[in-house]
Write a new protein. Structure first.
Ligand SMILES: Cc1cc2nc3c(=O)[nH]c(=O)nc-3n(C[C@H](O)[C@H](O)[C@H](O)COP(=O)(O)OP(=O)(O)OC[C@H]3O[C@@H](n4cnc5c(N)ncnc54)[C@H](O)[C@@H]3O)c2cc1C
Length: 390
């Protein structure tokens, strides 16, 4: 039986463990997931905004999210363990992209691309926007794009736990330990070294170490262009309700969405300040200096908000082209990568988990071809640019 050791037990590692353990008749695997922190205090999967959209600019991301939403809608059956039925609280109010006059061409280009891939999306003029969402100010908005189905949010931590519980019920083993190195014999890895001095023998190793994936790759002598980029999220209450509020991406780049009876919002710092591996301290200053003013400009009811909490987590940013990196690297025959999701990894974990499991099991993709996300594009310097990175 092939021994698979997955480094990182977040949503990605757990989805891979689930899909690999699904079909023991085909080939049973001996699966160990090495996760250094079972409380997931710094894991992106537990600190995420946990939303899913279909409005991407590349076909591969659209296809991955399409599978993601189908999987999530039926997850209570797929991931149920006996009487325990997981509930990730999926809701689908859509994403609303707002474009300034300068952003209209890109919005239209993305729209054409999305329509060509059967995405359920509509363009709205400012008048149509106001009619649909009377609480929004259309100041500075030239055009908007609204997802009509397949977009919304859920609880990311519950999703991770649902994959994990189901994988364990199918025989995967989770070990709380810090992976510290790889044992190698020529082009193959033979084991994963742990901080407690043990080595886990392995026929296959998977790098699912999230924002820390470049360190794991480095042990195999491979440069992985993935860096931890801090993202702060703020929660706030507002006396007014905003009927039908979708996830809004403002012209300022700030995003917001309802979270229960409150709201959450976030932003991407300007490139010059978006440094690698910053400590996970919340950027409170940003909230007062520009997030709140921008929120209140877009939604006048937000003049009266009160911040109720905040946290920071890492985007595991692929600094080469902001898209996932999946599969083998030519320098090593049995180290699989599932990294660099750059802010859209939670919605892609079903597709990535299934795809990497197929690569391990069959040596190639069987359902959705994720070859566009292989290392080849990096080695050939052909970036697959996703314009819609939030
Ligand atoms: C603020 C924020 C908002 C986001 N919003 C969205 C969103 O709306 N939609 C979306 O799809 N995605 C979103 N994302 C991105 C998404 O959360 C991530 O892409 C996804 O969770 C990555 O999952 P992962 O399993 O690769 O990483 P993680 O969840 O970080 O898991 C990696 C695990 O590896 C473990 N690990 C690392 N190194 C080692 C080691 N050496 N030994 C043992 N264990 C190790 C870590 O402890 C960690 O638990 C957001 C992320 C953030 C931070």
């Amino acid at each position: 039986m092939r021994r698979v050791v997955i480094i990182g037990g977040g949503a990605i590692g757990s989805a891979i463990a689930y899909f690999l353990s699904c079909d023991p008749e085909q080939e049973p695997f001996d699966i160990t997931v090495v996760e250094r922190d079972f409380s997931y205090r710094q894991a992106s999967s537990a600190l995420s905004a946990s939303s899913i959209r279909q409005q991407f600019s590349t076909a591969i991301n659209i296809e991955m999210s399409r599978y993601g939403i189908h999987f999530m809608r039926a997850l209570d059956q797929a991931l149920r363990v006996g009487d325990e039925v997981p509930d990730i609280g999926l809701v689908e109010p859509g994403y609303l992209y707002l474009a300034s006059p300068a952003g209209v061409d890109v919005l239209r280009e993305n729209h054409a691309m999305q329509k060509a891939h059967a995405v359920d999306v509509a363009l709205l003029t400012p008048t149509e926007l106001k009619a649909r969402f009377p609480w929004i100010s259309t100041e500075g908005v030239a055009l908007a794009s609204l997802g009509l189905s397949g977009e919304g949010w859920y609880d990311g931590y519950s999703l991770l736990q649902a994959f994990r519980r189901k994988a364990v019920s199918q025989g995967a083993r989770y070990v709380q330990a810090h992976a510290t190195g790889l044992r190698r014999d020529g082009r193959r890895l033979t084991g994963v070294q742990l901080g407690n001095g043990e080595t886990l023998d392995a026929d296959v190793v998977v790098n699912a170490a999230g924002a820390w994936a470049a360190t794991v790759a480095g042990w195999a002598g491979i440069e992985l262009p993935v860096r931890g980029r801090r993202r702060s999220v703020f929660s706030f209450s507002c006396p007014d309700a905003l009927p039908g509020c979708p996830l809004v991406i403002d012209t300022s780049g700030i995003w917001l969405r309802p979270e229960g009876r409150q709201f959450i919002c976030g932003f991407a710092p300007p490139a010059a300040q978006d440094l690698d591996d910053q400590p996970l301290d919340v950027e409170y200053e940003a909230f007062d200096s520009f997030i709140w003013p921008a929120l209140a400009e877009r939604v006048p009811a937000f003049e009266a908000i009160r911040m109720t909490g905040a946290w920071a987590g890492y985007y595991e940013m692929n600094v080469f082209d902001h898209n996932a990196i999946l599969g083998l690297h030519p320098a090593c025959d049995n180290l699989y990568f599932a990294n660099g999701f750059s802010g859209h990894g939670l919605q892609q974990c079903p597709a990535a988990g299934r795809g990497v499991a197929e690569l391990i099991r069959f040596g190639g993709y069987r359902s959705l071809d994720l070859g566009a996300l292989s290392f080849a594009r990096i080695l050939q310097n052909r970036p697959l640019l996703e314009k819609n990175v939030i």
